[in-house]
Design a protein around this ligand. Sequence first.
Ligand SMILES: C[S@@+](CC[C@H](N)C(=O)[O-])C[C@H]1O[C@@H](n2cnc3c(N)ncnc32)[C@H](O)[C@@H]1O
Ligand code: SF4
Length: 212
Amino acid sequence: MSLNNEKSEAFFAGQRINLDIGFRCTLECPGCSRQRAFKDIRPIPGHDMTVDEFRKIIGHFSRITMCGQISDPIFNPNLLQFIKMSKEANVTLGIHSAASQKSMKWYEEAFDSFGEGYWTFGIDGLPKDSHKYRINQDGVKLFEVAKLCSAKGIKTNWQFIVFRYNENDIEEARQMASDHNISFELMKSSRFGTAEDQLKYKPVNPEYYISR
Ligand SMILES: C[S@@+](CC[C@H](N)C(=O)[O-])C[C@H]1O[C@@H](n2cnc3c(N)ncnc32)[C@H](O)[C@@H]1O
Ligand code: SF4
């Protein structure tokens, strides 16, 4: 289909787009493409999305998700500016993050500048255990970040991928989320492969993983 500029704006208005706004992450989650498809490829290809690139995108899309495939959005140095630009443009923003290596002051500024949308935090297990899969994560700190996000009135989700080490902690985590007005999203994974370094994460209960 070929569209001129005006038609293309109308076509995309209100549509959602998922962006990978960078190439960096401090975590080493074993099921992530960074440790699988890109295992022997360093540096990971890509670049930090620029302010000009983001400006073009918010001219066309009104719902933007920053999740991506090979990076964590908090490491794009322009993210605070993207957040402010989204608020000014009434763009709904969804940010998915599992890394915890920003200061509480940075998170505070991010939340205070945030407009419409949500943040999803990947904390796989009780906060004290999440680093077993989210290698290099400070899960206890990230849960404090999620609590702050929720307290600031932002829709906040706790994404909990079920693994062998956390499959018996689901109800406790669900209650912790509820206590802080955080939505609890249980996620079943299919990424267990056959190698022992992946298989050790596979839940015992077959209800908690997807077979392919
Ligand atoms: C590459 S991450 C990028 C966003 C962010 N860094 C994060 O981890 O949430 C994209 C998505 O993959 C998910 N993911 C990571 N490990 C997974 C696994 N073993 N099975 C299923 N999804 C996984 C993350 O939770 C996230 O929703
Ligand atoms: S936090 Fe996200 S991007 Fe980083 S290694 Fe884990 S799954 Fe990949």
